[in-house]
Write a protein that binds this ligand. Sequence first.
Ligand code: FUB
Length: 312
Amino acid sequence: KSFKSLVFTGLLLLSLTSFSQNPIIQDQYTADPTARVFNGKIYVFPSHDIFATEGKGRPGWFAMEDYHVFSCSNLTDWTDHGMIVDQKTVPWAVHDAYSMWAPDAVERNGKYYFYFPTRAQDTTLNGQGFSIGVAIADKPSGPYTPESAPIAGVKGIDPNVFIDKNGQPYLYWSQGHIYGAKLKENMLDLATEPVILEDLPQKGLKEGPFVFERNGIYYMTYPHVENKTERLEYATGDNPLGPFKFRGVIMDEWANGCWTNHHSIVNYKNQWYLFYHHNDLSPDFDKNRSIRMDSLFFDQDGSIQKVIPTLR
Ligand code: FUB
């Protein structure tokens, strides 16, 4: 009997502490995962890579025409809630740009705000390149209704929204460097002029900001390329807009295979997780990526322990 109960306890512990194999979504390409906990479930909002062909995106480059959202409550079985935003139904977007890059989503007063970059038809507002827009829903799985115009004054990619303990929302994004600004209460307009977070390492491209707070420490985390491929790094500070002090590496550069990495960090049921991507399902083409997750741990002083990606 005691042997049986030992086996049972072992299996139970295993099921509580383990999760499905990486990559976590295997029936389509996904990248740039932002994981959020809403109503007791993890929701992941990734980019949706497709394979560009002549007339459908730019062959050899990233191609994304829409977004899906996935949810999960046992860290293993992911539900695809289907398409939530399509380039063709965003009023201000170029409808065949295939440029729906890394998104984010947050909850505010019972509404869900989905932030995404793409190219705007009207370049007089934010100039050439990428703008960032918002779509709003009553449930995390949608349906989402895109706003009629992108956020004024924001030019760049990789939006990230952080809501501080006092309720002040911040928007971060990247355009070579990482930018930040306060958002208005409506979650749709900037409340302050954007600033470049100049205290982060200056050499090399930084993108994909993801900010969170733990025990009074503000963590600015970001992919950074100095050599060949992106490495996930972090800096910490006492305020959401810094100054930040470089603290270390969360995940080393990919030795081969994928130029980008892009991540988010979430606490679910008292365990921290790093969501990130690699090109597991497309080893010969690194613009078709797949999202992954692994546990993440902190030291006593708030340092993040380096995450070693689990094998497939
Ligand atoms: O997915 C397209 C771009 O690649 C993202 O916006 C970047 O962060 C990088 O992951």
